[in-house]
Design a protein around this ligand. Structure first.
Ligand code: WT7
Length: 654
C-alpha cells in the first residue's frame, strides 16, 4: 500500500506528566477504557455534569446519518448552566471574569454580576421582540458585553451569530443576510494597537443592506462619535435599565444555540450550526478534562477572540459552565509593550494559558528575553490550538513560558467539531512535542489512505472521524446538501475534516495541515507542516511558511518564506549563507526530497485574521515572479507583492 502523505519528520523527545499533576488530575487513564467499553454511556455520564430540566430518553439518534441528534428529548438552558446554578450554589461572589481593557482599564465581574447583566440583556432582547429561534448577530470587541450578549441569546433560545470585529462591511453583510438576523449587537468601537477602532460605521453600512434587521443595540466603549439611525438603541439606555430578574426556560437538547461562519478559503462562507445539549456537554467536559481545570483554584486564560469558535467554546461556554475564573483581554499582545501577556499572567496569577501557535512563534521572534523579565510561576498548564504546532515552538513554549514545569496540550479541533477532539490528557499522556497525540475518550479518530483504509503506524494520509460526537455541527445553516458534500462524501460513513495527518510508530497522531496545502514534489506528497517544522527547528528561524510552486522538472517545488529570530544577522552575504545553511538543514532533517528550491527571508508572513498563514497567496507570489536565488529582508519587493496580493485576496474573501 502506498502512503498518501510522506512521513518525514521524526521526533523522539517525550515529556511525561508532572507527578503532582498526575496525582490529582481530573481525568485518569481509566477514562479511555470506560469510553471504549461503552461510548454512549460515557457521554451520558458527561452530560450529567450539566443541570437538565428534563432528562433525555435516548443518548444518540443516528438513524438518519449524517444528521445526528444527541440527548433526544432532554431539555436544558445553557445560560442557566453557565450562571444560575453557580449563583444558586453560593458561588455568586466568585469572580467569573477579570477583564482587562487594552488601555489598562479593568473590570472584575462575579458570577452574580454576570447573571444580573445577562438577565437584563435577556429582558431587553425580549422587549425588542426577539423570541426563541430568532437570529441575533453580534459584532463586538473583546468586552464583557460580548459574553453577556451570547449568554442572553442562549437564555432566551435565540441563535447567535458572532461576527469577528475585524471583518469588513461585506463579510458582516453576507453573514447577517445568510442568517436573516433580526437584531445586531455592536459597539461604537474597541481598542486595538493603542487606537480606537470604529465598529458602528461598518454596521451602519451593512444594516442598510439588510432589511431583516429591526434593531441595532450599541454598547458605548470608546466614546467616539457615531452616526445614529432610527434602528439604533444604546445598550446603557436599554439593557442596563432593564429588570435583572429573568427566569430561564429550558430548551430542547437539539435547539439551535449558535451559527458561526467558517473563515472559508473558497466561495460563500459556511454557517456552521451548533445545538444545545451535546455541544454544552462536550465543551464542558473537555474544558475540565484537557485543561485539568480546578474551578476553585485555577485562573484560566484563553487568548482567542470571541469571534472564533475557540472564544465560543473555551472563553464562554466551557469555562463558565464549569464555574471557572478567567482573564479576558481586549487588545493585542504587543500593546503597549511586548511583555503584556506576561504582565497579565503575573498580575492575575494565571495558572492555565490557552493560545495559538501563530502567537507562540511571534513571541519566539520577539526574543527569549521578554518573558524572562516576568515571574510566570503561577502557570501550571499550557495549551495550543489553531494550527499544527512545530516541535520547536512547542519546546520554546514549554521552556520559556512553562519553565519546563507545565505540560503542553496541543488540542486539535475545528469550528465544525465544536470542541476539542484530539489532545493529550495532561495527567495521563506522555506528550511528544508537535503531536496532538490521541483522540479524547469517547472520540474515534483515524488516519486513512485515498481508499479510506487505515494507514499503518508510520504512515500518512487523511484524518477522519469515525463516529458522531456530541458537539458536532448539525448542518450548514440552510444548506443540508453542502453539509453532506463537504464533510461526509469524501469517505463514505466517515467525517472528513480536510486535514492531513500521520500516525507515528506508536500510533500517535500528528496533524499535517490542510490537504489542499499538500505539495506534490517528484511524485511525493509532502506536507507544508513538516518542512515548516524543519525550518523552525533551526535556531535562526522563528517562523516559516512553505508552499509548492509549479516547477517544470519536479511538478511542484518547495518554496519557503522564513522569518529569522530577532538576533539573527541577515544582511548581505550573511543572509545568503543562512539561506544555504537552511536548505541543507531541511535536507538533513527530512531527506533530500524536502530540500526547498528557494528560501526567502522575510520580516512578516501574510495571515488570516485568525492567524493562519495564507499559503494560497504565497503560492501566487512564488509562481508569478522570477524570485532569484536570494531574497533577503532588504528586498522588500516580495513583501510589497505579498501586500498587494493580500489586499486583492482580502476583497475576494469578503
Ligand atoms: C482547522 C480548524 C479549533 C479552533 C480554532 C481553529 C487547524 C486547529 C489544530 C492543531 C493542527 C490544527 C486544522 C483544523 N487546527 N487546531 N492543534 N493542530 N491543526 O478553528 O478556524 O475552524 O480551523 O485548524 O487545520 O481543521 P477553525
Amino acid at each position: 500500500m502506498s502512503e498518501t502523505l510522506e512521513n518525514l519528520l521524526h521526533e523522539t523527545r517525550q515529556f511525561p506528566p508532572p507527578a503532582a499533576l498526575a496525582a490529582t488530575a481530573n481525568v485518569t487513564a481509566a477514562a479511555y477504557e470506560e469510553a471504549s467499553a461503552d461510548r454512549l454511556a460515557f457521554w451520558e455520564r458527561q452530560a450529567r455534569r450539566l443541570d437538565w430540566a428534563k432528562e433525555w430518553n435516548q443518548v444518540l439518534d443516528w438513524s438518519n446519518p449524517p444528521f445526528a441528534k444527541w440527548f433526544v428529548g432532554g431539555q436544558l438552558n445553557v445560560a442557566y448552566n453557565c450562571l444560575d446554578r453557580h449563583v444558586a450554589a453560593g458561588r455568586g461572589d466568585k469572580v467569573a471574569i477579570y477583564w482587562e481593557g487594552e488601555p489598562g482599564d479593568t473590570r472584575t465581574i462575579t458570577y452574580a454580576d454576570l447573571h444580573r447583566m445577562t438577565c437584563q440583556a435577556a429582558n431587553a432582547l425580549t422587549a425588542l421582540g426577539v423570541t426563541a429561534g430568532d437570529r441575533v448577530a453580534i459584532y463586538l470587541p473583546m468586552i464583557p458585553e460580548a459574553v453577556v450578549a451570547m449568554l442572553a441569546c442562549a437564555r432566551i433560545g435565540a441563535t447567535h451569530s458572532v461576527v469577528f470585529g475585524g471583518f469588513s462591511v461585506e463579510a458582516l453583510t453576507n453573514r447577517i443576510q445568510d442568517a436573516d438576523a433580526k437584531v445586531v449587537i455592536t459597539a461604537d468601537g474597541g481598542y486595538r494597537r493603542g487606537k480606537a477602532i470604529a465598529l458602528k460605521a461598518t454596521v451602519d453600512q451593512a444594516v442598510s443592506r439588510c432589511p431583516s434587521v429591526e434593531h441595532v443595540l450599541v454598547v458605548r466603549r470608546t466614546g467616539e462619535e457615531v452616526t445614529w439611525t432610527d434602528k439604533d438603541l444604546w445598550w446603557h439606555e436599554t439593557v442596563e435599565q432593564a429588570s435583572d430578574q429573568h427566569e430561564a426556560q429550558p430548551f430542547d437538547a437539539e435547539h439551535p444555540l449558535f451559527i458561526l461562519y467558517t473563515s472559508g478559503t473558497t466561495a460563500k462562507p459556511k454557517g456552521i450550526l451548533h445545538t444545545t445539549g451535546g455541544y454544552l456537554t462536550q465543551v464542558s467536559y473537555t474544558t475540565w478534562a484537557v485543561f485539568d481545570l480546578k474551578p476553585e483554584t485555577d485562573v484560566y486564560w484563553c487568548t482567542a477572540d470571541i469571534g472564533w469558535v475557540t472564544g465560543h467554546s473555551y472563553i464562554v461556554y466551557g469555562p463558565l459552565s464549569n464555574g471557572a475564573t478567567q482573564v479576558m483581554y481586549e487588545g493585542t499582545p504587543d500593546t503597549p509593550h511586548k511583555g503584556r501577556l506576561w504582565e497579565l499572567v503575573d498580575k492575575y496569577r494565571v495558572s492555565i494559558l490557552y493560545t495559538a501557535p501563530t502567537l507562540i512563534r511571534t513571541l519566539m521572534k520577539w526574543g527569549d528575553d521578554i518573558p524572562a523579565q516576568y515571574d510566570l510561576s503561577s502557570l501550571r498548564l499550557l495549551g495550543s490550538v489553531g494550527e499544527p504546532i512545530n516541535p520547536e515552538a512547542w519546546m520554546w513554549y514549554r521552556k520559556h513560558i512553562g519553565h519546563d514545569r507545565c505540560p503542553v496540550v496541543d488540542t486539535w479541533w475545528q469550528t465544525e467539531t465544536g470542541a476539542i477532539m484530539i489532545s493529550p490528557l495532561p495527567g495521563v499522556t506522555v506528550a511528544k512535542p508537535g503531536s496532538a497525540m490521541a483522540p479524547l475518550p469517547g472520540i474515534s479518530a483515524d488516519v486513512v489512505d485515498d481508499q479510506g483504509n487505515p494507514v499503518p503506524n508510520g504512515g500518512g494520509g487523511y484524518l477522519v472521524l469515525r463516529e458522531p460526537w456530541p458537539s458536532m455541527l448539525r448542518t450548514v445553516w440552510g444548506d443540508d446538501q453542502r453539509y453532506i458534500d463537504t464533510y461526509w462524501s469524501r469517505f463514505p460513513g466517515m467525517y472528513f475534516p480536510g486535514d492531513g495527518a500521520k500516525k507515528d510508530e506508536d500510533g500517535h497522531i500528528w496533524l499535517l495541515g490542510r490537504v489542499d496545502d499538500v505539495m506534490l514534489v517528484s511524485g511525493h506528497n509532502i506536507s507544508t507542516t513538516e518542512v515548516e517544522s524543519a525550518l523552525v527547528s533551526h535556531p535562526a528561524v522563528a517562523e516559516a511558511a512553505v508552499v509548492g510552486a509549479t516547477d517544470p522538472t519536479t511538478g511542484q517545488a518547495i518554496v519557503a518564506f522564513t522569518i529569522p529570530r530577532s538576533h539573527v544577522d541577515t544582511s548581505g552575504t550573511a543572509g545568503e549563507a543562512l539561506i544555504a545553511e537552511l536548505r541543507e538543514h531541511v535536507a538533513k532533517t527530512l531527506g533530500p526530497i524536502a530540500k526547498p528550491r528557494q528560501i526567502m527571508l522575510v520580516p512578516e508572513l501574510p495571515k488570516t485574521r485568525s492567524g493562519k498563514i495564507m499559503r494560497r497567496l504565497l503560492r501566487d507570489v512564488a509562481e508569478n515572479r522570477e524570485l532569484g536565488d536570494v531574497t533577503t529582508l532588504q528586498d522588500s519587493t516580495v513583501m510589497d507583492l505579498i501586500a498587494k496580493g493580500m489586499r486583492a485576496r482580502k476583497s475576494d474573501e469578503d
